[in-house]
Write a protein that binds this ligand. Structure first.
Ligand SMILES: Cc1cc2nc3c(=O)[nH]c(=O)nc-3n(C[C@H](O)[C@H](O)[C@H](O)COP(=O)(O)O)c2cc1C
Length: 316
């Protein structure tokens, strides 16, 4: 049985619904010797800011129960460095896999300037706007302030006609509210979710293990939160969603797809097994074939639920 993966999402054909998540595959080239990138759906680059950023002091990563914590601090070569050093490789080597550029800034002007500086370039499909990084000062400022988020997305929308995807933070009372704001402000899609703020303590030194003191937690530990955020976003708006958080295998990915994601991103799992994204793709294909589902879109958001309840209070 031939199954059809993702057609017409963001105006493109995706040969696979599986992409590599921002910050976990560099700018593609770093992963090119490990897996055949042109066989996956695409990659989302490491963040690109207007000016180069050095990132945070070490330690920058540590293992946590069922996951990891990172405080890389959005280290990146800046807009000019990306255009001069990274984008040419992507343009030349990624013919089948789509590229989203993850964009970050400290102000609306920063974001807009990065998008304006990239928009005439070839070699990528669209933008993933990162308003949700918990390990730099102000990293979630736009993602947790409804007015600021609306202004930011509106301003970027005015600058580009390319697919504009906003990467949401789970660190809000209801992701659905923020999803709707993005849709109303003109976004084309959502990524859900970024990491959760966390801390690991070195009990011998009695200090935080991470140089930045706190960082973002990712990996299998956050899978249920990511699925839930995807489901809330799907109920609140009609935008296509890229589901992210803790995906290791097809079972994890299909949870996101049933909850409403039409694409998924694999992050931390690639550090354990660089082939994780390929395996997720094969597993989804097998699931579709075994269940007689001809196209992935028939599965997207097909979760059977009662009327959505009010989100639980944090104390449960
Ligand atoms: C080392 C590392 C660096 C990351 N850097 C970025 C980044 O630059 N921009 C971004 O939007 N997300 C970044 N993320 C978040 C991931 O893209 C993803 O949203 C998160 O890790 C959850 O997915 P996972 O559990 O599959 O890793 C980073 C994650 C890790 C582990």
């Amino acid at each position: 049985m031939t199954v059809t993966m993702c057609q017409g999402v963001f105006g493109a054909e995706f040969q696979s619904p599986v992409l590599l998540a921002s910050g976990t595959c560099g700018y593609g080239q770093e992963y090119a010797d490990l897996i055949p990138l042109n066989q996956i759906g695409g990659i989302v680059t490491k963040a690109v800011s207007l000016e180069p950023r050095p990132g945070n002091p070490p330690h920058r990563v540590a293992e946590t129960p069922e996951g990891m914590i990172n405080a890389i601090g959005l280290e990146n070569p800046g807009l000019a460095g990306f255009v001069g050093e990274k984008l040419p490789w992507l343009r030349e080597h990624l013919s089948q896999a789509h590229v989203f550029v993850n964009v970050v800034g400290r102000s609306i002007g920063d974001f807009v300037e990065v998008v304006a500086g990239l928009d005439e370039e070839q070699g990528f499909l669209g933008y993933e706007i990162n308003v949700s990084c918990p390990n730099v000062k102000g990293g979630t400022m736009f993602g947790t302030d409804k007015v600021a988020l609306d202004e930011l997305v509106t301003a970027i929308r005015a600058e580009t006609e390319r697919p504009l995807v906003v990467k949401l933070t789970p660190n809000v009372p209801d992701v659905g509210d923020y999803a709707r704001i993005c849709q109303d402000a003109g976004a084309d899609g959502l990524s859900a979710i970024n990491t959760f703020p966390g801390m690991v303590v070195d009990i011998d030194q009695r200090v935080p293990l991470i140089g930045n003191q706190s960082g973002g937690v990712s990996g299998p530990a956050i899978l249920p939160m990511g699925v839930y955020a995807t489901w809330r976003a799907r109920q609140a708006c009609t935008l296509p969603i890229m589901g992210i958080g803790g995906i290791r295998n097809a079972t994890d990915a299909i949870q996101y797809i049933l909850a409403g994601a039409c694409l998924v991103q694999v992050g931390t799992a690639s550090f354990v097994d660089p082939y994780a994204a390929m395996n997720v793709h094969e597993g989804i294909q097998k699931y579709l074939t075994e269940n007689g589902i001809a196209q992935l879109s028939d599965l997207v958001g097909s979760l059977q639920t009662e009327e959505a309840p009010t989100p639980p209070a944090p104390s449960g």
